[in-house]
Ligand binder design. Sequence first.
Ligand code: RIB
Length: 360
Amino acid sequence: MPPTQKELAKLAGVSAGTVSNVISGSTNVSERSRQKVLEAIRVLNYQPNLIARSLRTNRTRTLGIVVPDITIPFFPKIIRGAESAARVRGYFLIVLDSEGSSDREADMIALLRAQRVEGILLVTAGSTEAFPDRLNTSDVHFPVVCLDRLPADLHVDSVCVDDCGAAEMAIAHLMSLGHTSIAAITGPLSLRNEQERLRGYRQALQRGGRKFDRSLVWSGSFEQEEVAKLCQGGMLHPAGRPTALFATNGVTGLAALRSLYSIGLSTPKNFSFITFDEINAEDFFRPSITSVVQPTFDMGYKAVELLLDRIEKGEDAPRRKIRLPAMLKICESSGKPLKPVPARKTAARKQTGSKTRAHR
Ligand code: RIB
C-alpha cells in the first residue's frame, strides 16, 4: 500500500494540514516544517497523486508556455527563468513549441487549455490575426502573459526589453567609434520587436545627425540563405561597403556572419559588427562578438510572477507592461571604422587591441 498523508504527518511530527500545504506548494509553512515533511516524503517514498488533488481542489497548479522555436538558444533561457519562478511558487510548467506556425500555436494553446493549465505564457509565432482568436477561446479573461514578441493588439500583461532603446544604444556605440555607414540586417519585419529594433536604428542615426539610407536596411528573415543573399548583395554592392553591420537578432546575426565569412570578409577586419542577442558559441568565436544581451532568465521569471499575480487577482488588477533593460556587451567585433575602400578589395587595416566590457 502506498503511504498516506497521515503517515507522513506522523513521521514528520507535524499536522496533516502542514503536510497538505507542503505538497500543494503553499508558502504558508515554516522552512523547518517543510524540511521535516520533505524528509518524511523521501523516507516513505511518497508519490502525491496530483490528478486526484486537482479533481478535489479544481486547481492544477500547472502553467503552460508556448515558444516559437525551442532550438533557438534564446528561448530555453527564458524557459529556465519561467520554470524556476513556477517551482518557487509550487507550480509545474508545460513547455510547447509552435514551430513558428500560428495554426500550431492555436493548437498548442487549445491543448494547454484542455490540460486545465491555470495560465499561459506566450511568445507569439508572429501572426497578425486578432489576439483573442489566437487564444482559441471565447474566454478572453483567461490569464495570459505575452513575452518578447508581442502581438500588435496586445491587451494582456507583457514582458520584453526596450527593443528600440537597446538598438539605439548599439548604433550609438558604432557612431561613437566613428562609423557613418552602418547597415542593418533584420529578421521578419512582421514581428513587432523587429520593427522596434529597426526604429531604434533609425532613431540613433537621426539623433546623430545622420541621414537614413533605405539601401542600408536589409530585411528580413531568419533563413540562412535569404540572409546570405541580402548580406552578400549589400556588402559587395558596387556603391561601396558599409563599415559596420547591425543585426537585429541572434539568428539573423549568426547567419550574416556565416555568409560574410564564407566570402572572405571578417569582423572587425573588414566591418564592425554588433548583433542583438548573445551568440552562444562566443567562447569559441574569435574575435568575440559585440552584442545586445537580453535578460532572458529574468524575462521568464518576471513573466511567471505577472501570470501568478493575474491568476490570483483576476481581471480587476491593472494591466502591466514590464520593460527590462538590455545590456550592450562590447567585445572585439566593433572597432573604429576602416578607411572607405572600393567594394571587392581587401581592406588594409591595422588591427586594434580589443577589450571586453559591459555597460547599460
Ligand atoms: O534569436 C531569437 C530572437 O527572436 C531574439 O532576438 C528574440 O528577441 C526573439 O524574438
